[in-house]
Design a protein around this ligand. Structure first.
Ligand code: ADP
Ligand code: ZN
Length: 522
């Protein structure tokens, strides 16, 4: 085996780079010294070198655990190309190929072994590894161990035994997506007193903006026409059908658009992906199935016509804009119906109750982001555990929304919900409650006798749209929740609603019309 005197030498001779990036060198040193490390870096940040170089500097075989079999092969090919003795063991191999790898391991001829997590914990593999000298364990996509993370994989659970079974072998856990909770779970489950390395997730060239959803197709079209004519972008939609509708609408308006979702054949998808990668004026209208492998530098905007279900998802999707470092837009339209749809999808899914509970919490964090009146970037970074100052160039920084104290309105709304429930024994959806507050007349109100309520018509001075904002704000604050079982009825969360009802907590809601516009209108 070739010996390298220093990390720099390995970096230069094996990988052909002159210098380390960011904290790569610190990570390498930590692992070489035999300490555990947690590494958080955005995709493309250079995580691989953080364990590949220690693998070359320490004695024995480095075991790299990765869930993505396709990537495993690429990595091993690239390493072999660079003259590194790397191999993998996975289900795509014939028994003969696997036997060859085992023999090479036993002869001490492998420096890096890539392996899938489910395979690692088998009895046979345990025996094989016991007979080898191990240099380190690298756990890639480490967020998969977290129940809170967005990609939990049960087979990662067993990796918590690594530290008992091989206590002297250092572990390095790596991921590109982890908020604070996920990070804590990774440490708790996989590592021992690790040094933690967290790269900034800030994407300073992305301009974040959230708009109120009205006629979303028209809004999208005018956004593209006025700010990105003839440029390349991605539009994310929740439903497959929407991708088709939106693409058709854009094409009819003269914008070159393609739709993309998991219902298309693999061939069709790859044809569309390569067209998108090749062209400079294509708008891809897609579900989140469009994700892996989009490393196109000049995506000038990412638009969401439906609210994503978590901040992690939103951040990953918007992160596909502006990879070239030039200014790019992250534009999202959302409304109350998005929240209802997402809650419905969570409720109807066949996940267990813990998962549903977590999904609701994530959705609420997303909702709070959408509703926020302060710096968007600061909120996003805070979600990933990063402190920052207001950025000065998101929508809220550039044009701070006017926040008005709507505590009284919130109280009216909450007590209206309580009264309706008392009178009729059931709860109702937002539209009905708002109609009562506005003192509207319709069959439903008549048939339930809701005109008789003391809250009937007490909210006439506020517009329907503004009432909807109050509802969203109360949902974001958990003072209200949506009962999906009962046709999206609004229900009170007593602990969070009480201080609002008592006036101990104020409720601020952004005013619908911006100051400037109001002045010119007046
Ligand atoms: P990640 O796993 O974090 O997504 P990779 O490890 O695949 O990122 O690295 C992304 C790219 O950056 C690769 O092409 C890699 O060769 C390159 N790279 C990593 N570290 C350096 C460095 N110190 N100098 C130059 N290029 C680097
Ligand atoms: Zn900002």
């Amino acid at each position: 085996m070739i010996r390298y005197s220093s990390p720099q030498e390995a970096l230069r001779r094996v990988f052909g780079y002159d210098s380390f990036r960011g904290f790569q060198e610190e990570v390498v040193k930590t692992v070489v010294e035999g300490r555990d490390a947690l590494v958080l870096m955005p995709t493309g940040g250079g995580k691989s070198l953080c364990y590949q170089i220690p693998a070359l500097l320490r004695d024995g075989v480095a075991v790299v655990i990765s869930p993505l079999i396709a990537l495993m092969q690429d990595q091993v090919d690239a390493l072999e190309e660079a003259g590194v003795r790397a191999a993998y063991l996975n289900s795509t191999q014939t028994p003969e190929e696997a036997a060859d790898v085992r023999a090479a391991l036993q002869r001490g001829e492998v420096d890096l072994l890539y392996i899938a997590p489910e395979r690692l914990m088998t009895a046979g593999m345990g025996r094989l590894l016991d007979g080898l000298r191990l240099s380190l364990f690298a756990i890639d996509e480490a967020h998969c161990v977290s129940v809170w993370g967005h990609d939990f994989r049960p087979e990662y659970g067993a990796l918590s035994h690594l530290r008992e079974r091989w206590p002297d072998v250092p572990r390095i856990a790596l991921t590109a997506t982890a908020d604070r909770k996920t990070r804590e779970e990774i440490v708790e489950k996989l590592l021992v007193e690790p040094r933690e390395f967290v790269a900034s997730f800030d994407r300073p060239n992305i301009f974040y903006r959230v708009v109120e959803k009205k006629n979303v197709k028209e809004q999208l079209l005018s956004f593209i026409r006025s700010e990105h004519p003839g440029e390349c972008g991605v539009v994310y939609c929740l439903a497959r059908r929407t991708t088709e509708e939106v693409a058709e609408y854009l094409n009819a308006a003269g914008i070159h658009a393609l739709h993309y979702h998991a219902g298309l054949s693999a061939e069709e998808r790859s044809r569309r992906l390569s067209e998108f990668l090749r062209c400079d004026d294509t708008v891809m209208v897609a579900t989140i199935a469009f994700g892996m492998g989009i490393d196109k530098p000049n995506v000038r905007f990412v638009a969401h016509v439906d609210m994503p279900k978590s901040i992690e998802g939103y951040f990953q999707e918007t992160g596909r804009a502006g990879r070239d470092g030039l200014p790019a837009d992250a534009w999202m339209a959302y409304g109350l119906s998005d929240v209802m749809t997402q809650k419905y999808l969570i409720d109807q899914g066949n996940a267990d109750s813990l998962y549903k509970e977590l999904s609701v919490q994530k959705l609420d964090a997303m909702l709070a982001y959408a509703e926020a009146g302060d710096c968007r970037r600061q909120r996003l970074l805070a979600y990933f555990g990063e402190a920052s100052a207001p950025c000065g160039h998101c929508d809220n920084c550039k044009e701070p929304p006017e926040m008005v104290d709507m505590t009284i309105e919130a109280q009216k709304l909450l007590s209206c919900i309580v009264r309706v429930q008392k009178m009729s024994g059931v709860s109702f959806g937002a539209t009905h409650v708002i109609n009562i507050l506005l003192g509207r007349e319709n069959e439903r109100i008549d048939s339930f006798g809701h005109r008789a309520l003391s809250t009937y018509g007490i909210g006439k001075d506020v517009s329907e749209a503004q009432w909807r904002m109050v509802v969203r704000q109360l949902l974001a604050r958990h003072a209200l929740w949506v009962d999906v079982e009962r046709f999206n009825a609004l229900r009170l969360s007593p602990e969070t609603a009480a201080p609002i009802l008592k006036g101990e907590e104020r409720v601020f809601v952004r005013r619908l019309v911006h100051k400037r516009q109001r002045k010119t209108a007046a």
